[in-house]
Design a protein around this ligand. Structure first.
Ligand code: NDP
Ligand code: GDP
Length: 327
């Protein structure tokens, strides 16, 4: 019989790719949708899957809506991807970030305990929890030192997931995912900000690109590859936590070089540093060790950072060339 999955954060980058992946596996996919004033379903349309998803209204801060969603969907698996996910905003809205990204995870876990404690649960943890790490490469046992309200909220949710596993035997897994991107990544994140700018500069719609700390280094992978790891975690015999990463790191500067070169441009002619874009506390360098995921889940990243940035640049160039709306 087909399994039922409930995805929170269905309208986000990962929610869209995970939905597509699960639909292709034959799942009934239920999307937990926070109603907004504007249309947020564009990613599901972009991947041509909106009609295949059963939408249930709710908000992560509203326990009753989560309980109703679990009852309606008869979920076998819950993927908690909803969050205020942008580090920069977490300093402007620290309370909201703490509530949605951190505290609300107890709502999801409580809803599971109340409705059906056999539901398998995936929590979207993050490499931002490592923050000011002293380890050159980070794995599941690396000490955490979050550097933003976002990182701190995610760390709370991470430990809560482990706590519910240890206290109530909930099948809860936390995927410690390093940065992952795609053509439908939010435009506020640096990769997409760069690829969008390259396309606009190429077609004369923008002159300069203002960035903050371009020496920061990230382990960037492709979101489409990473959602498979989320699913694999919930198919194991025992719940556990996994680092999901490519095992390679690059600077924002190197990423710019790749994106601009793809459009036959030199990034040095267009990129300007704006110190207002520096963060109050920076995560200077992240590099993940995906060894455990490779050994236990048989998962590894298929797409290199260069391939990723090129496919994103190409998608933005086509969009700007065809005068398609910005997203
Ligand atoms: P996005 O920002 O693209 O998506 C976040 C989703 O959360 C959106 O669907 C948003 O809905 C939803 N949401 C926000 N607030 C609420 C709420 N109160 N109730 C219900 N839904 C809400 O994130 P990504 O897809 O990139 O990431 C998915 C998850 O993985 C997030 O938790 C993120 O923090 C985490 N993560 C992401 C990484 C990455 O590199 N992408 C790395 C590591 C972890 P709406 O659009 O309506 O606001
Ligand atoms: P994060 O790792 O989740 O914070 O993902 P981002 O894509 O937002 O940022 C990655 C890195 O790029 C961080 O170290 C930022 O400081 C750096 N960065 C430099 N300039 C910018 C910028 O203009 N926007 C963003 N979002 N990040 C920038």
């Amino acid at each position: 019989m087909a399994k039922n999955a409930l995805i929170t954060g269905i309208t986000g980058q990962d929610g869209a790719y995970l939905s597509k992946f699960l639909l292709e596996k034959g799942y009934n996919v239920y999307g937990f949708l926070a109603r907004r004033g504007s249309d947020t379903l564009w990613r599901l349309r972009y991947l041509n899957i909106l009609d295949d998803i059963k939408i249930i209204d709710g908000d992560l801060l509203d326990l009753s809506s989560l309980i109703r969603a679990l009852e309606l969907s008869k979920a076998d698996e819950v993927y908690n991807l909803a969050a205020q996910s942008f580090v920069g905003t977490s300093w402007q809205q620290p309370i909201l970030t703490t509530q949605v990204t951190g505290f609300a995870v107890v709502n999801v876990l409580e809803a599971i305990r109340i409705v059906n404690d056999k539901i398998r649960f995936y929590q979207a943890s993050t490499s931002e929890m490592f923050g000011k790490t002293t380890e050159t490469i980070q794995c599941e046992n690396t000490v955490f030192h979050p550097r933003s309200p976002y990182g701190a909220a995610k760390l709370f949710a991470h430990y809560l997931t482990i706590n519910y596993r240890e206290s109530f035997n909930i099948f809860g897994c936390a995927g410690i995912l390093f940065n992952h991107e795609s053509p439908i990544r939010g435009i506020e994140f640096v990769t997409r900000k760069v690829t969008d700018a390259v396309a606009k500069i190429k077609y004369g719609k923008q002159n300069k690109l203002y960035l903050g700390n371009i020496d920061a280094q990230r382990d960037w992978g492709y979101a489409k590859d990473y959602v498979e790891a989320m699913w694999l975690m919930l198919q194991q015999d025992v719940p556990d936590d996994y680092v999901i990463a490519t095992g390679k790191t690059s600077s924002v500067r190197e990423m710019c070089e790749i994106a601009f070169s793809y459009a036959d441009l030199n990034y040095q002619d267009y990129v300007e540093i704006d110190h207002k874009l520096y963060r109050p506390a920076e995560v200077e360098r992240l590099l993940g060790n995906p060894k455990k995921a490779k050994e236990k889940l048989r998962w590894e990243a298929k797409t290199s950072m260069k391939e990723l940035i090129e496919l994103m640049t190409e998608a933005d160039i086509k969009r700007v060339r065809d005068n398609k709306p910005e997203f």
